[in-house]
Design a protein around this ligand. Structure first.
Ligand SMILES: N[C@@H](CCC(=O)N[C@@H](CS)C(=O)NCC(=O)O)C(=O)O
Length: 227
């Protein structure tokens, strides 16, 4: 049996969505364990470290594996594990060489390139909010400078590349794949941070295409809002 530890409004939504996509094609079953965020810190509760030492969601536990080897983390690694073991008909990752390269690229682009500046921006905004009033003006100047120098530039470049890709094809690796699932959360995070504008009509249409999939709708019923 598979167990998915899902932290509310977090990246682990991806795995619920993928599991629901897989369920439409294969006899796969899993138990969803939905975890509330700590009410003060809004982070994952410390108890999650009992399942995986990093204590971050998602965590997938496969209880058919040897004790001590059952839990795994990192959304892209979990996606690869699920597809390798269950997607025998290659429904969610292309087998053609060029499309496979695109699939792997976007699968890792999400956490490797797009999420870091988004998360850093969020942390900086929070730290300004939490800083004492006499530090706030300096903190604001500091975060604006970092934002201009590094974060905004990288987010803009990333979104432009996604926009260009989606101008040629409906999905990131031509056909729908788990790379779209992995990327959705990052791009949706960019949308919540008001980074998706009228310059990104293809991204907006792609977000809607993702959200209209039956498995996405089911994942939302089970797991709540993605972020
Ligand atoms: N790169 C990891 C990131 C995991 C991660 O940071 N998860 C967040 C949820 S969005 C988390 O558990 N945060 C709570 C915490 O750090 O306590 C992945 O893709 O799985």
């Amino acid at each position: 049996m598979l167990h998915l530890y899902h932290l509310k409004n977090s990246r682990s939504f991806r795995v619920v969505w993928l599991l629901e996509e897989l369920k439409l094609h294969y006899p796969i079953d899993y138990q969803l364990h939905t975890i509330d965020r700590d009410s003060k810190t809004l982070l994952a509760p410390e108890s999650l470290t009992e399942i995986h030492p990093m204590g971050k969601a998602p965590i997938l536990l496969d209880d058919t594996l040897a004790v001590g080897e059952q839990s795994m983390a990192e959304s892209a690694a979990i996606i690869e594990y699920l597809l390798t073991n269950y997607d025998t008909k290659m429904q969610f990752r292309p087998s053609e060489a060029k499309l496979w390269r695109d699939y792997v690229y976007w699968l890792h682009f999400a956490e490797g390139t797009l999420m870091p500046p988004l998360v850093m921006g969020l942390i900086l905004r929070k730290s300004v909010k939490k800083s004492p009033w006499f530090v706030k003006p300096v903190a604001k100047k500091f975060t604006t400078a970092i934002n201009h120098a590094v974060l905004a530039k990288n987010i803009t470049k990333a979104l432009a590349m996604i926009e260009t890709t989606l101008d040629k094809q409906p999905w990131l690796a031509e056909r729908f794949s788990a790379a779209d699932i992995q990327m959705y959360l990052a791009v949706y995070g960019a949308k919540l941070a008001n980074k998706i504008t009228s310059n990104h009509p293809n991204i907006q249409a792609w977000l809607v295409r993702c959200e209209q999939r039956a498995a996405f709708v089911r994942a939302k019923e089970l797991a709540g809002e993605p972020l």
